[in-house]
Ligand binder design. Structure first.
Ligand SMILES: [Zn+2]
Length: 111
């Protein structure tokens, strides 16, 4: 199955979030389980790990925001929510306006 061109901008960001979010959560769990005295005087290695983890977290947030505001390839509305202000993002479901499902051809042909 070839990916419809309309979804080419979507898939890389989905991959970014799929990889970075679990890494960031793992990092956050690892950091919070460090003893306080280790965190008070971090070694160069620990400083690197802290910076890298924060970087991964920022990338993850960027990916989530990008997916959150992804526009439906068919109707141009927000794909994961009805409104920026009033609704919680719906992941996995189709477009709340036109019903286009994820990965489906927006021109109307079968997926
Ligand atoms: Zn739509």
């Amino acid at each position: 199955m070839t990916l419809n061109p309309a979804w080419r901008a979507y898939r890389p960001w989905l991959s970014v979030v799929t990889v970075s979010l679990p890494l960031f959560l793992l990092w956050a769990f690892g950091m919070q389980s460090q003893p306080a005295r280790v965190m008070r005087y971090p070694t160069a290695g620990l400083k690197f790990v802290m910076a890298a983890g924060l970087g991964v977290g920022l990338v993850s947030v960027a990916g989530i925001v990008r997916l959150w505001f992804f526009r439906c390839p068919r109707c141009g509305g927000l794909f994961h929510q009805k409104s920026i202000f009033t609704s919680v993002p719906r992941l996995g479901a189709g477009c709340p306006r036109c019903g286009l499902e994820k990965w489906q051809d927006p021109t109307g042909a079968s997926p």
